[in-house]
Design a protein around this ligand. Sequence first.
Ligand code: RIB
Ligand code: CA
Length: 304
Amino acid sequence: MKPRNIIIDTDPGIDDAAAITIAVRNAALNVKLISTVAANVEVEKTTENALKLMEFLGADIPVARGCDAPLLKKLEPCPEIHGVSGMDGYDFPKVKRQPLRKHSVEAMREVIMDSDEKITLAALATHTNIAILLRMYPEVKEKIDEIVMMGGGLSGGNTNTVAEFNLYNDPHAAYMVFESGLPITMLGLDVTNKAILHKNTALKIRESGKEGDMLYSLFEHYRGGTFEEGLRIHDACVMAYMLRPELFKTEKMYVGMVTEGYAQGATVAGKVNPIAPGREPNVNVCVHVDEAAFEEWFAGEFCR
Ligand code: RIB
Ligand code: CA
């Protein structure tokens, strides 16, 4: 089966690092570009972290630096979750590589328009870069087969009681993506909070080789849960969905974004469009994940 061509838009970020490592190692995915954005930490750091990962993995995949702030909102990074560097816990060798000179929006446009086949956008962070790409270069839309995104939720948030971090940090960009008309699959907190990695599995992964050892060291510093209650590897769900969609149940819904006010960043979803009745559902929402099978899949990506 031909590999799926993907661009990863990301803010590494420890769960991003796990997702990226899986994508780079799995031959069923052809990673054409890593596009970075400011979210978990500043874009200088997310770009440095992406370069560290590509160098560590020996992957000849270009990294392009993207936006350093959301479209309108002030960025609220979360070093308390991922560490000040964004990937605390492992002493990566000093990076020799440079990112592309062009902005990641330009790099994404080039990769998409030059590709003979359609591209999937794996969105692991705010949608700032993607929103600008779609607005500046609408011609890319016919060559994007799907946006598979980690973000949002049907029953509450993690940044506050209603908003999930990625969409909270750029609700206007997320609104533009949800209204783009592109096929979107949403891995929201309803499934990613259950995509748990327990310590016994993490210990097996550590013994599996240098990538597992690196990720274990990061997981020890990751504050998306604890080893005792389980670590929530949110962004890995995007790769799990692309590689093993049968682990998830999905429902077509209309998902609207709240862009202003107290509930800024909340996703409002239902069978009908709460804002413009009559609009077709715009998102394929993951509403269930086989938790045990997810953890088994995750381990299997390292302990073959
Ligand atoms: O809410 C979880 C999301 O926010 C993940 O993408 C994590 O990396 C952070 O960016
Ligand atoms: Ca992320």
